[in-house]
Design a protein around this ligand. Structure first.
Ligand code: M6R
Length: 379
């Protein structure tokens, strides 16, 4: 196929390491910038309203959403599911693209097929897009590469403004995807009559606060490094979280596996007693996301159970949760307390950073981990 030539407008700064040791470290430090840039496209700060680009279908009519993606983009979609269900009261089905492409789920016309991808070229996600197309649903993709195959094959696209992501381990694209999903959830909630103007203002204000809060999270690098020294000694690590922090735990475990080659599993904290609790001893550190959300007490009680069985707790919390967490945690990273809605976006930053710091201690090839490609274009 003949394609038109695209001349890049990227500067050396955008594709260099900018003084950082690795692309991953540079990209971690770009979280505040990319969240801010992405919000600029979707939010009117004067009215504190979400303003999406015009879509070729009405969000009012959408009866349900099917979210699909791979890897980190899938975990972003899992956070999106919580928001769409909670804020927009929209029924959501979600599956990894490698499964969805062969599932052939029955779908109402007017459903929303929501695809998420940094590259816009991932083979399974593209195949899932084409499979969804057979059901005549509206295809909306959240993409970082705006001239990608998925962009061309979608009915509409919402761009994450993350710039080029070069490290194989995705970082800034993930928070940009979450930012778009948060705005989309607000827009769908309003279209479905589920959101009054005051509540929208409250949620948008929380979003607008994010670049500052993301910078506060990055400032915790020393505390994260101290935690990394414990994780780097382990052979297996458990990641725990509840609600929208469960996908954050999954993202943390994936990142650790990818770049430090340490085995890690993520569980919804309440699932521990149904099996994984038998793994706990002092050689398996537990990395938990436990900021002060409505599920804080539940998570804390799961962590107390783990501690009682000899578990070593490394906990990401916030200023409101810190006092109670400090009674049981071996180490803590304390982040600013933010609105529940945006908590996963702030909490995931040091969780990704932990994997980076562990990889540094292990001496692995951080930006190009073995056996992995940035974009998986084959099945
Ligand atoms: O380009 P995509 O967002 O479609 O890629 C999806 C996954 O391959 C990707 O997120 C992968 O899991 C990353 N290496 C995670 O850090």
């Amino acid at each position: 196929m003949q394609r038109t030539q695209q001349v890049t407008t990227l500067t050396a700064g955008a594709i260099g390491k900018d003084g950082y040791r690795h692309y991953m470290e540079k990209e971690l430090h770009e979280h505040p910038l990319v969240i801010g840039q992405t919000l600029q496209r979707m939010v009117d700060p004067a009215t504190r309203k979400v303003v999406l680009p015009e879509l070729p279908f009405s969000l009012t009519e959408v009866p349900r959403a099917v979210i699909t993606a791979c890897g980190s983009a899938f975990y972003a979609g899992m956070v999106g599911r919580y928001w769409l269900e909670e804020i927009a009261r929209l029924p959501v089905d979600i599956d990894v693209a490698s499964e969805l492409r062969y599932r052939n789920p029955p779908l109402d016309k007017h459903s929303l097929g929501l695809l998420i991808s940094q590259s816009g070229e991932t083979a399974d996600t593209l195949a899932a897009l084409r499979a969804l197309r057979q059901s005549a649903v509206h295809i909306l993709s959240i993409l970082n590469v705006e001239h990608s195959t998925m962009a061309r094959e979608s009915d509409a696209m919402l761009g994450t403004v993350a710039g080029p992501e070069i490290s194989v381990a995705s970082t800034k694209a993930f928070t940009a995807q979450l930012t778009v999903l948060a705005c989309l959830s607000i827009a769908i909630a309003r279209a479905r009559g589920q959101l009054d103007p005051l509540r929208e203002e409250e949620l948008v204000s929380a979003l607008l606060d994010l670049p500052t809060r993301a910078a506060d999270a990055l400032a915790q690098q020393d505390a994260v490094r101290a935690m990394a020294r414990v994780v780097a000694e382990a052979r297996d690590v458990l990641y725990l979280g509840r609600g929208s922090l469960f996908p954050v735990a999954m993202e943390g475990a994936l990142k650790l596996k990818e770049i430090s080659y340490i085995h890690a599993e993520a569980y919804a904290a309440g699932e521990m007693k149904h099996g994984p609790i038998s793994l706990i001893d002092s050689s398996v550190p537990i990395v938990a996301s436990a900021p002060y959300t409505p599920l804080f007490d539940k998570t804390l009680s799961n962590l107390q159970e783990a501690k009682a069985r000899g578990g070593r707790l490394l906990v990401f919390t916030d200023t409101k949760g810190a006092e109670r967490v400090s009674a049981i945690a071996e180490q803590m990273v304390v982040l600013p307390h933010v609105h529940d809605f945006v908590t996963p976006i702030v909490q995931v930053i040091p969780v990704q950073m932990l994997a980076y710091e562990v990889a540094i201690l292990k001496g692995t090839d951080v930006d190009q981990p073995r056996n992995l490609a940035k974009s998986v274009t084959v099945e």
